[in-house]
Design a protein around this ligand. Structure first.
Ligand SMILES: Cc1ncc(COP(=O)(O)O)c(C=O)c1O
Length: 405
């Protein structure tokens, strides 16, 4: 976006929030909706399940679910799924990660309607054992999804998996592994095999156009091409092997960074995405799409230690993942500010460098972007939503006193 448009945005955000005292978080709903449309455009008519961990605000989740093309939620914890169901957000919830929460399992088992709405994730018989141990033999039917490992093992033929490209999630890698676990689920009373999921983090969650790093970009693209080709074949074979044993309601795959690719696979019936709605900075580095920054936070200038420096209150909202500068928040508006190498984003204050700092006075605000999408909601109890009609304010999960880990 060129400078005039960026400056226009700053003026718009400043004037819409003039009554608010920073720190606060803002969601630009026009950008949010435009990002949702961009996700749908890349999804080739596959429904998108909304990854709630990347939103963590019930109001925003329900706005997305009201848009045709989005269907169901991918929750990140079983307690969260139970809460989302209880509060009538949706009756189609896949918990995208295995659970060891015995209390939540007992709550699920007690509630027939919740059991019909919520599907848990397994990739190991140990998780099935835990469910039965928590609920006792003869427990009511629990809907189960098998997670297939989507990582790439270029040397798998050598029976070595030390060259592992991707995240460490499921041990179920081959179609044979998948069929074996499916048989085990089907053999045990109290479980229904409903779906399969495989999340290709090394494609969906890794930008292929890192700025100023052409060699890395070329390497990432090559890895992603090869990994995708390998996965498409393996996923199809694993899904076919499971479908030969049980009918499936869905096969979920992909994430914000991979929609156009994952949606070309016949075996995949639905996609998942969340981050792309809010467009945090980690999603700025993909060749295939451009999103509009939709989630911002404003911090107040509280000191001017020297010429070319403005210090704002707060700011140390680091994103999870491997430690690196890409996990830091980014000063966004006004343009031209940067973090310092010695303090970066501090616990209670953050100095910012740049000539434009001299135009800032105590009480002015600086707009920032978070590196990840959902984690911003763990920092702020409210999101102020900006639309053409003005501002509305809604609670985040934190604002509803919900913290799922
Ligand atoms: C299972 C699963 N699917 C999909 C996603 C994609 O989410 P997002 O679009 O927020 O990157 C994730 C993110 O980690 C995930 O764990």
């Amino acid at each position: 976006m060129h400078n005039v448009a960026i400056n226009g945005l700053r003026a718009r955000y400043d004037s819409a929030t003039v009554e608010l005292d920073p720190p606060f978080a803002l969601v630009d709903l026009e950008a949010f909706r435009s990002n949702a449309q961009e996700l749908l455009r890349r999804a080739n008519d596959r429904p998108i399940r909304v990854a709630s961990k990347s939103v963590r605000c019930r109001d925003l989740l329900s706005q997305v679910l009201a848009m045709p093309g989005f269907a169901g939620v991918m929750a990140y914890s079983l307690s969260e799924a139970l809460w989302l169901f209880e509060t009538e957000l949706t009756d189609d919830i896949l918990v995208g990660y295995p659970t060891a929460d015995r209390g939540a399992l007992r709550a699920l088992a007690k509630d027939d309607a919740a059991r019909a709405a919520i599907t848990i994730m397994v990739d190991d018989v140990a998780q099935l054992d835990l469910v039965t141990d928590a609920l006792g033999a003869g427990h009511p039917d629990i809907r189960v999804c098998i997670e297939l490992d989507a990582s790439w093992r270029p040397l798998a033929g050598l029976k070595q998996d030390w060259l592992h490209v991707g995240v460490r999630r499921s041990p179920v890698h081959t179609p044979l592994d998948a069929a074996r676990l499916a048989r085990e689920v089907l053999r045990r009373p109290g479980f229904s095999l409903i779906g399969v999921m495989a999340y290709e983090a090394q494609i969906a969650g890794l930008g292929d156009a890192p700025r100023g790093k052409p060699v890395r970009a070329a390497a990432v693209r090559m890895m992603q091409r090869r990994s995708f080709a390998e996965l498409a074949e393996r996923r199809a074979a694993a899904v076919a092997a499971i479908r030969a044993l049980a009918p499936l309601e869905f096969v979920n795959g992909g994430g914000t960074g991979s929609l156009e690719r994952t949606s070309t696979e016949d075996a995949v019936t639905e996609l998942a995405a969340g981050s792309g709605l809010l467009a945090p900075t980690l999603f700025d580095t993909y060749q295939a799409f451009r999103l509009r920054p939709a989630a911002l936070f404003a911090l107040p200038v509280v000191r001017r230690p020297a010429s070319g420096v403005a210090t704002v209150f707060g700011g140390g909202y680091l994103a999870s993942g491997p430690v690196g500068s890409d996990r830091l928040p980014t000063p966004y508006l006004p343009q031209g500010l940067r973090l310092t190498g010695t303090e970066a984003a501090g616990e209670v204050q953050t100095p910012l460098l740049g000539a434009v700092a001299d135009e800032l006075t105590v009480g002015d605000r600086v707009w920032f972007r978070h590196a990840k999408a959902g984690e911003l909601a763990e920092r702020f109890a409210q999101f102020h939503l900006l639309d053409s009609g003005g501002l509305t304010t809604v609670p985040t999960y934190r604002g509803e006193r919900r913290c799922f880990g």
